[in-house]
Design a protein around this ligand. Sequence first.
Ligand code: DER
Length: 235
Amino acid sequence: LSQDELKKIAAYKAVEFVESGMVLGLGTGSTAKHAVDRIAELLRIGKLKNIVGIPTSSITHEQAVSLGIPLSDLNAHPILDLAIDGADEVDPQMNLVKGRGGSLLREKMVETASKKFIVIVDESKLVSHLGGTGLAMPVEIVPFCWEFTLRRLEMLFIEAGCVGKLRVVRESSEPYVTDNGNYIIDLYFKSDMGDLKEASDAILRLAGVVEHGMFLDMATTVIVAGKLGVFVTNK
Ligand code: DER
């Protein structure tokens, strides 16, 4: 089974937990895309009814519009029944790194507003601890004096050999701009970044930081698709 087939299996399993009448957070990324496709298919054949989708990015918004999924937003629906989304890393405590697709702010807003949050991954996303070597930890920052903020982020984790890189649009030096008009700094660690909650608080205390890609204690279910099958783990 290819990685994309595993992603599809995890996504379809998650959609089994969707009930008619739900207000749903629609995730972003190649795994969540399968879930949005599946929800639209079940709506089309009448197996699901009265679903309202709350997209976590403009790209998911466009996908849902093209598939005819009724959409709304957090202003109209400040509490959601369920959110389904992918992740870049999942640790044994179900803490996540998200944001390599650049949508971490709206994802975190939607997913913290959801009663339940199902994470869908293929087994390649499972890690022993977050922020492992070579894996980016995204931080959304304001564009104003971004180098100043990048340096301050590096200084926070100087013992962990942290290096920050401004995310640019593929094969260019143009800064990547999020749906919210912000930049993203990807942090790379040479050694363990330490206590995740402390790291999270330290990052968020920096003026100029908008949000980071650690989703701590948020997932209520993780669905992993791998060579041996698909596994559902509840918090
Ligand atoms: O950017 C994001 O947060 C995405 O959800 C990402 O974490 C997962 O993307 P993938 O399903 O394409 O691997």
